[in-house]
Structure formats: structure tokens, C-alpha cells
Design a protein around this ligand. Structure first.
Ligand SMILES: [Zn+2]
Length: 119
């Protein structure tokens, strides 16, 4: 029995990186956009003055995209996705909502929501 204890594995020396961003996939979406910094949908929609009602997966709110009198907008608090049953406004997250509500570009909306970092 010959136990070779040959430490041939390449060693990962302590490479000191100036920025300790450990996640790789975090910054790969449209430049400086950092999705994890998006406000939570329930915080965001409250901030935008939406009154959410209903107990299911989709909450109801008065749609800000058209002259709404009864809650026609459905929003999801897990993803921030939204869809209006009347005017058809829809999107997949609070960023899309912010863009459409305020007529902003993707980058402007991301900046306003504090999710844009200059690399
Ligand atoms: Zn609408």
C-alpha cells in the first residue's frame, strides 16, 4: 500500500480583488443594472400610492395608466408583475412599472429606483 500524498493541486492563492463582488451573474444585465437592489414590490407600489386589495396571488389596485374608477390593475407582490384588465398596461416587475408610469427609459427608471451602478 503506497499512499501518495502528493499535493499537486494548484493552489488558489489569496488573490486580493479590489471589489469583493462574489456573485458573477449579478451585473450581467444591461450594464450597471442590479436587480437585487429593486425595491420590494409591496414597498414600491405603496410608495407609488397604489392601494392594494384582495388576498390572492394577484392584488387589485386602481390602475394609474388610465382613468380607473374601480381596481382594474392586478399586481403580484412576489415579482412586481402587473397587468391592467382594462387598458392592457402590463409588465414583469416594478422597474417596468416605473418606466411606464413615468415615461422613463430603462436606465432612467433603474437610476431612480437606485438599481443602477456605474461600473
Ligand atoms: Zn389601466
Amino acid at each position: 500500500m503506497n499512499t501518495t500524498n502528493n499535493n499537486a493541486a494548484p493552489r488558489n492563492g489569496a488573490a486580493s480583488t479590489p471589489h469583493a463582488h462574489s456573485t458573477k451573474s449579478r451585473w450581467n444585465y444591461k450594464g450597471g443594472f442590479d436587480r437585487v437592489r429593486l425595491p420590494h414590490p409591496s414597498d414600491y407600489f405603496a410608495q407609488q400610492g397604489l392601494k392594494l386589495t384582495g388576498g390572492g396571488e394577484w392584488k387589485n389596485a386602481i390602475c394609474p395608466f388610465h382613468e380607473d374608477t374601480k381596481p382594474s390593475l392586478r399586481v403580484r407582490l412576489d415579482t412586481g408583475g402587473f397587468r391592467c384588465m382594462v387598458c392592457g398596461a402590463h409588465g414583469g416587475d416594478v422597474l417596468a412599472f416605473h418606466q411606464q408610469r413615468h415615461g422613463l427609459s430603462f436606465k432612467q427608471a433603474a437610476q431612480q429606483l437606485g438599481t443602477w451602478r456605474v461600473a
